[in-house]
Design a protein. Structure first.
Length: 247
């Protein structure tokens, strides 16, 4: 007797932990010890917002000694639009993100060699964003100072100690130095629902990193294999959470 075989469901990747950023004084910092790409990088963040309004930065890279000068940022503006802004380019989505219960998988690819729309691509939950309230492209190929030994990188605020992110950032959030990866490298649609998948086969570059937040005593630990650990500020084991996009 032959029994029918139903559809095979792909294996589901489980993320165990996230990190709670409180929107007032909890953040992480790192300054690269070796130079990386000035022009090309991938920024992938899994986030759940805790408070609306803003601006709130997920990541901010300092451009000059003036702490308000931006080399690169990904975050939300005061109108709850997703932004990616850097030297000579900028994007703010027409779509707003106003849920404090939904997780979003944000993937931003930066390429300073380009002067058209491909200089900055934004995908959310596996779908490329094509509608923007504001959009500018650089007039010439440019170094964006993405990974520079003289530039600080902050997670959860900007480097002027403002624009604090309020919400959860999940394990498998990462940044890649020197390579563009689209969202399909980090997730997939399962029965029409976007799901994170195991991160593998990624060339993180010299300054790339990935968080898993599994070590509550070292939440800034980099698990990419690079040991590009971040310094945490005002964080302890109480900031580790089991609420994730796969829980």
């Amino acid at each position: 007797m032959v029994f029918p075989i139903g559809p095979v469901r792909p294996p589901t990747h489980e993320i165990e932990y996230s990190c709670d950023f409180n929107g007032s004084n909890k953040y992480m910092t790192r300054r690269p010890s070796t130079a990386g790409s000035e022009r090309i990088g991938t920024y992938r963040f899994l986030v759940k917002r805790g408070r609306l309004g803003g601006p709130q930065q997920l990541v901010h890279v300092l451009r000059t000694s003036n702490a308000r000068h931006t080399a690169m940022l990904v975050g939300f503006d005061s109108s709850n639009r997703l932004r990616a802004v850097g030297t000579g380019f900028g994007r703010a989505t027409a779509r707003t993100f106003t849920s404090t219960t939904d997780w979003h998988d944000i993937c931003v690819q930066i390429d300073g060699n380009q002067t058209d729309d491909s200089c900055c691509t934004i995908e959310v939950d596996g779908e490329q964003i094509t509608s923007f309230s504001t959009k500018t492209n650089p007039s010439n190929p440019a170094n964006f100072n993405l990974f520079n030994t003289a530039r600080n990188m902050g997670i959860g605020r900007n480097t002027a100690s403002t624009d604090w992110f309020d919400g959860l950032i999940s394990g498998d959030s990462l940044i890649v130095d020197g390579t563009n990866y689209d969202a399909s490298n980090f997730g997939e649609f399962v029965n029409g629902v976007w799901r994170p998948k195991k991160v593998e086969g990624i060339n993180f570059g010299a300054n790339g990193f990935m968080f898993d937040f599994a070590d509550s005593s070292n939440l800034g630990n980099d698990v990419s294999g690079n040991n590009n650990n971040f310094t945490t500020h005002n964080m302890d084991a109480s900031n580790q959470r089991s609420d994730t996009p796969t829980s």
